[in-house]
Design a protein around this ligand. Structure first.
Ligand code: DAH
Length: 349
């Protein structure tokens, strides 16, 4: 491969052609690698010949041409080394790879039990036409209390229960229940309304196994013409059977909430002992799961709904409470401590 009397620019052209060629060279075996070395870097190879041609280059251009050749040689050596390393790597893989070795565990995590229960409840109600609505956790007195028919001196407004945002200013607080979302929905939508509102609520209580300063509720609201207490009972029975199994029964005990009239508390038959009596149901065979009632006409009117045309029911339940019964977790603190040993017990669902 003699360049026979070439000038410097001929030499440059030759170099750039070699560069292109060296890049496109496929080196897939040790034989090909050796052939590459011999062709470019061997004693009779391209480099040797080019250096031989150097003596024919004009003296004043020799220096530049020499530098270009040196650079080319270094690049060729680098390409050679790269091919060599690649070949050795694939060889290593081939010889050391143990295809029968068990794979390492992939940690896929799990969903929080409260998220699992919330999703399940949303799913159960969505099957009978309920949508999901949400409201703010920082709430005003109107939505949390006044519109829900709480009298001005009601003890629930007290400092002991409610976290107020600003000291001495009792207008804005952390919501104490998700019933506030009822009001927001009624203010903004026309009946028929069928909605559930999951969310976090706050109460100023000392933290213990049985109480926490924040927890989660799901509120339900159904407003239409001619909604009756029987509709409420059937809806809650359906819900109890879906969550606790076909054998679940419910009973309603008269109760009082400012925003419903009549009001009731709902118990479900103890699924832990099949109502035979155990320490979870305190040997009564029943477990309290939620509060409910027919929406008080005052509440409908406060939210702009004509109580002579429409009626409805509402209910509210604690998500921790349902989770406690489903998973038999009896310390509320576990839900917010984020102890990985606790959380890992729940499947990815
Ligand atoms: N808001 C009540 C609470 O936090 C729960 C409740 C009771 C909600 C009765 C309702 C209801 O919608 O009708 O204890």
């Amino acid at each position: 491969m003699s360049l026979g009397g070439v000038k410097n620019d001929k030499m440059k052209e030759k170099i750039s052609k070699i560069r292109e060629k060296m890049k496109s060279e496929a080196v897939k075996s040790h034989e090909a690698l050796e052939a590459f070395r011999i062709a470019y870097l061997g004693t009779k190879g391209v480099m040797k010949q080019l250096f031989g041609d150097l003596k024919e280059v004009a003296n004043e251009e020799k220096k530049e041409a020499g530098q270009l050749l040196n650079q080319l040689r270094m690049d060729l050596e680098a390409v050679y080394a790269e091919h060599k390393e690649k070949l050795e790597q694939t060889e290593d893989l081939g010889s050391n790879l143990d295809l029968s070795r068990p794979a390492e565990d992939v940690n896929i995590g799990s969903r929080h039990p409260l998220s699992l229960v919330r999703s399940e409840i949303i799913e159960i109600f969505s099957r009978i036409g309920y949508n999901v609505s949400e409201g703010p956790e920082i709430e005003d007195d109107w939505h949390n209390f006044s519109a829900l028919n709480f009298p001005p001196e009601h003890p629930a407004r007290d400092m002991q229960d409610t976290f107020f945002i600003e000291k001495g200013k009792e207008e804005i607080a952390l919501r104490t229940h998700t019933s506030s979302v009822q009001v927001r929905v009624m203010e903004n939508q026309k009946p028929p309304i069928r909605t559930i509102s999951p969310g976090r609520v706050y109460r100023n209580e000392a933290i213990s196994a049985r109480a926490h300063c924040f927890f989660h509720q799901i509120e339900g609201l159904y407003i239409d013409k001619k909604v009756s207490f029987a509709d409420l009972k059937q809806t809650l029975l359906y819900f109890a059977k879906e969550v606790f199994g076909e054998k679940a029964q419910i009973r309603l005990r008269p109760s009082y909430f400012p925003f419903t009239e009549p009001s009731a508390e709902v118990d479900v038959s103890c699924t832990i002992c099949n109502s035979k009596g155990c320490n979870v149901c305190k040997y009564t065979g029943w477990l309290e799961i939620l509060g409910c009632g027919m929406v008080d006409p005052n509440v409908l009117e406060a939210s702009g709904i004509d109580s002579k045309v429409y009626s409805g029911f509402a209910f509210g339940m604690g998500v921790e409470r349902i989770a406690q019964l489903k998973y038999k977790v009896n310390d509320l603190r576990l839900y917010s401590e984020n102890d990985i040993r606790f959380l890992k017990q729940f499947t990815a669902g």
